[in-house]
Design a binder for this molecule. Structure first.
Ligand SMILES: C[S@@+](CC[C@H](N)C(=O)[O-])C[C@H]1O[C@@H](n2cnc3c(N)ncnc32)[C@H](O)[C@@H]1O
Length: 224
């Protein structure tokens, strides 16, 4: 993050309750080996046998990221999350399931994205991002023209981007901004395509909480 152009904070708290001792130990022992480089790098160097690289932005407790990684051991999954309790929880999943195909940036996804080369991702996930519903806070939403442009830079043609939210205004906001980019095409053909969870979706912790003002909506885009 450049000090000249600090990123507007898109996340809420960095820490909540004390981290359990076992998870705190994993932060010390496991996290350093999972952190991607803090300089430009090619994700293929992290796992040369990976068929694809995926990115999950704001993985929360990491349940979705870990379950996708377990399903697809041939894929390298990069996850970014600044919330320390979430990172600690994700480390527990990685450890318990002995996942060798997850790397964790314990910070802002935009910092990680800036280090990645063009077209290196096959999939991106932004699931139930912080909604920032108040008008004056909307500029903090992760989906902005700049982040959409960065996702377009990173996702290879034919790759996909999934956005999900249960806040109606954020769904419309994101649809307008992502579909406005010539780099992305919304794949929905009928209402069930956005009203029903996609076949490969794994329910997330925030999704279960039903804190939003509408039923969960899933927007799948293809990189044109
Ligand atoms: C409402 S939670 C949802 C977490 C998870 N995706 C789920 O569905 O359970 C949104 C998460 O996005 C994270 N977040 C917000 N801005 C972020 C950013 N710039 N980079 C990475 N994560 C971010 C927050 O810390 C928070 O944990």
């Amino acid at each position: 993050m450049s000090e000249d152009h600090p990123l507007l904070r898109s996340y809420g708290r960095l820490k909540s309750r004390p981290i359990k001792p076992r998870q705190a130990a994993l932060v010390e022992t496991l996290l350093p080996s999972l952190r991607p480089p803090a300089e430009p790098f090619d994700p293929r160097a992290l796992k040369p046998d990976a068929a694809e690289t995926w990115l999950e932005i704001g993985f929360g407790g990491g349940e979705h990221m870990a379950a996708q990684a377990a399903r697809r051991p041939d894929v390298l999954i990069l996850g970014a999350e600044p919330f320390q309790n979430g990172v600690a929880s994700a480390l527990r999943h990685v450890d318990e399931q002995a996942l060798g195909n997850v790397r964790i940036h314990d910070g802002d996804a935009r910092e990680l994205m800036a280090q990645l080369p063009h077209g290196c991702l096959a999939r991106g996930f932004i699931l139930f991002p912080d909604p920032w519903p108040k008008g004056r806070h909307k500029k903090r939403r992760f989906i902005q023209p700049e982040t959409v442009a960065e996702l377009a830079r990173l996702i290879a043609p034919g790759g996909t981007l999934r956005f999900a939210s249960d806040w109606a205004d954020y769904v419309n906001w994101s649809l307008l901004r992502i579909a406005a980019s010539p780099a992305f095409r919304w794949t929905a053909e009928r209402a069930d395509d956005w009203r029903r969870p996609p076949a490969d979706h794994i329910t997330t912790r925030y999704e279960e909480k039903r804190l939003g003002d509408c039923a969960p909506v899933f927007l799948d885009f293809v990189r044109t």
